[in-house]
Design a protein around this ligand. Structure first.
Ligand SMILES: [Zn+2]
Length: 411
């Protein structure tokens, strides 16, 4: 009896305090496919293999990366030979990238800053601090609860009545840590910057900001598996729905999986997940949203509707023109190059995304999805020293986006 108790204690201890999945000697391959046959091979592999992690969706427009455990190297080599796709080893040991993502100084005492990535508790504590400090203009919104009971939180910055609203939705995919870091940086700039253009944006627009949409998944990436993407609701033996395939607009039609084990599982029905259902109700409760922006990583893309079809959106020329100017502005500071286009045309067909839903069902005429740095060198494991450069160039893009939208009378 004593022995069993000890074992239980050990299990409890391990699960609760820091046993993280390791990726020792996992290889990252960079892959380019040029035809539908090659694409089909990798789409099949994505559906069928639970061991190989797709770091982004296979597509024929640009290279994508997969993460291969040592025991799958023979299988993947065989597939490469059979399908004759272009492939190269980008990293020999993925764990090394994970180990190098955060700075290693020991002086860190839990303070908030943009020199490292923070977990949900630290981000929420910082939000509370900001809410207290700027209580006359910044309000808290607890708009729901996650599967595991965590608070879904937004803040709203409003300095005067009647401002048009910009909605920022961030970190709907758990492993995209740079999105939460950039979102908090943006909020901090709106609250504290002395730059006149930034002050203009803070004074003349209401900003509703969700720093972490997928709170359970994000927490899981810090505690257990750095590569987790979905939320944490169980469907049979598999866990998680891709929240950005779960919105109620052409739900699960294409570019989403009906297999609960897949990383792009759309959920059994639209808004089946508390995180998306609560977000949709929250968005509906806010009048006057003129611009909806979803922050993702990685690939360096600025995307707009539609994802479910290659057809152009009604105001395509405006969506495209604004994206062109915004990506030009983004590249000016550090030379970071973004591509732009509709989701379906620039990368792949994907239905049930938040920006399609906001655009097509909520009357938000400008909806964009940023895919931040980089293009695969570090992928999701963007070193923390790039948080501030990424944030600065994204803010450059936002400034131009808003200026052009105003000139086109969207505000
Ligand atoms: Zn994403």
């Amino acid at each position: 009896m004593k022995y069993i108790n000890l074992v239980h204690f050990a299990c409890f201890f391990l699960i609760c305090y820091g046993e993280k999945d390791r990726f020792d000697n996992y290889r990252v391959y960079n892959i380019e496919v040029n035809d539908d046959a090659g694409l089909g091979e990798f789409q099949k592999l994505e559906e069928s293999s639970s061991r190989i992690v797709f770091l982004n969706e296979p597509n024929i427009h640009q290279p994508f990366q997969i993460l291969v455990p040592p025991d799958q190297l023979a299988n993947i080599t065989e597939l490469f030979e059979r399908s004759a796709v272009k492939n190269e080893v980008q990293h020999e040991n993925f764990q090394k990238l994970i180990d190098e993502e955060q700075p290693h100084d020991t002086a860190y005492g839990g303070h908030f800053g943009w020199d490292r990535y923070h977990d949900l508790d630290v981000i929420y504590a910082w939000l509370d601090e900001m809410l207290q400090k700027y209580s006359s203009v910044l309000k808290n919104h607890n708009y729901g609860k996650s599967v595991e009971g965590r608070a879904l939180r937004a803040v709203k910055l409003s300095k005067k009545e009647g401002n048009p609203t910009i909605f920022i939705e961030s970190t709907i995919h758990a492993r995209e840590w740079i999105t939460a870091a950039t979102t908090t940086y943006l909020l901090n700039e709106l609250l504290t910057s002395t730059d006149s253009e930034m002050q203009h944006l803070a004074n003349n627009f209401d900003w509703v900001i969700v720093p972490v949409t997928n709170v359970d998944g994000y927490t899981f990436t810090h505690s257990t598996n750095r590569m987790w993407r979905k939320n944490r609701k169980a469907y049979g033996k598999c866990i998680g729905t891709d929240l950005n395939r779960n919105f109620d607009y052409h739900h699960a039609e294409s570019g989403a999986s009906s297999n609960p084990c897949a990383d792009t599982f759309a959920g059994p029905k639209a808004f089946s997940e508390p995180e998306t259902l609560a977000l949709s109700k929250f968005v509906k409760s806010i009048r006057n949203i003129k611009l909806y922006i979803s922050f993702h990583a990685y690939s360096q893309l600025l995307l707009y509707p539609f994802g479910n079809t290659r057809q152009n959106a009604p105001n395509y020329s405006h969506l495209d023109g604004i994206a062109k100017s915004a990506t030009e502005a983004l590249s000016r500071r550090f030379g970071t190059k973004y591509k732009y286009g509709s989701i379906a045309n620039a990368i792949y067909v994907a239905s049930g995304s938040s920006i399609d839903w906001a655009y097509a069902t909520q009357g938000v005429k400008l909806a964009y999805c940023f895919e931040f740095r980089d293009t695969g060198k570090y992928g999701f494991l963007l070193p923390a020293e790039q948080i501030i450069p990424n944030s600065l160039e994204v803010i450059d893009a936002l400034k131009v986006m808003i200026k052009e939208a105003k000139a086109l009378k969207y505000f």
